[in-house]
Design a protein around this ligand. Structure first.
Ligand code: ADP
Length: 272
């Protein structure tokens, strides 16, 4: 027999084969078992993430059993917290649905020319609003007016995710630089922060569903660990890949290049 890797799982069956002879059938079930484990982990993660806000809501509902006895400021707090937790559940469900849509529809993409520079001005407004709590210096350097053949809502959600993450994972008063520019092989997006950075052992797993370096921290900021997984799927549908460069304590740069094959001329291109 040839040496078998420790990590390979075989399903072995022994069947009678003539007199005093047996047939040994071995099937490599490594991937099958891996998939099954991933599916179980996924269901467990989803259940846990949904149960947490539900528990908080139920707790407050019990507290409100005797609402007249509750000081008004407590009642107000209960109401706000329940609304916040309900929003959290809604956003989690929307993210899950969007992952499932992205995973199932690889080949039926309705592409239209998307003005990413304009999208970035919308993302900038959103980023400024979130930044009210963080006081970072945010800069948006939109150099390219090229349009990208793609799905507008998907590109917007991917870019928003990356920019909001940079804001969330950088201690107050940091510096975040967003850039969109033409490069040799297409158009490049990047967002650079001077935040906490990411240790090498986490980098590889960061785009896995529900993967978070610090679960408690991520939850505090309303995170679910699904954002980068959505980004990865969206980029794959735009023939692109997420690249992450990071140093602990110094910051991270998340970037991607939309290849030339998907780049369309700007709206008012005089040379076209
Ligand atoms: P979350 O909802 O937790 O933000 P994401 O999938 O967007 O989920 O990100 C996964 C994890 O990657 C985060 O929980 C965080 O630990 C890490 N991360 C993402 N962006 C950054 C960043 N700019 N700097 C440091 N860590 C980051």
């Amino acid at each position: 027999a040839s040496p078998v890797d420790d990590n390979i799982m075989l399903e072995v069956r022994v069947m009678p084969y003539g007199e005093n002879e047996y047939l040994l059938i071995a099937r490599d079930v490594t991937n099958l078992l891996k998939l099954e484990r991933m599916r179980k982990d996924f269901v467990a993660n989803v259940s846990h993430e949904l149960r947490t806000p539900l528990t908080v809501i139920q707790g407050y509902l019990e507290l409100m059993d005797d609402v007249d006895a509750l000081p008004p400021e407590m009642a107000k707090k209960a109401q706000l917290t329940m609304a916040e937790q309900a929003n959290r559940m809604r956003s989690l469900i929307e993210q899950l649905l969007s992952i499932s849509r992205l995973e199932s529809g690889l080949d039926n993409i309705q592409r239209v020319p998307v003005d990413v520079g304009y999208l970035l001005t919308l993302v900038q407004d959103e980023a400024n609003a979130v930044n009210e709590n963080f006081h970072h210096t945010l800069s948006f350097d939109i150099q390219s007016d090229a349009r990208v053949m793609g799905v507008e809502a998907e590109l917007r959600s991917a870019i928003t995710n990356l920019v909001i993450n940079a804001i969330k994972y950088t201690p107050e008063g940091g510096k975040i630089e967003v850039c969109w520019k033409n490069v040799r092989n297409g158009v490049a997006f990047s967002v650079k922060d001077n935040g906490e950075g990411i240790a090498p052992q986490h980098l590889r797993r960061l785009t896995e569903r529900f993967y978070r370096i610090d679960k408690a921290r991520s939850r505090e900021t309303g995170g679910s660990g699904l954002g980068l997984s959505i980004v990865k799927h969206v980029l794959a549908r735009h023939q692109s890949r997420l690249s992450i460069r990071s140093r602990v304590g110094q910051g991270s740069t998340f970037s991607f290049v939309i290849p030339k094959t998907l780049v369309a001329a700007p709206l008012n291109d005089k040379s076209a």
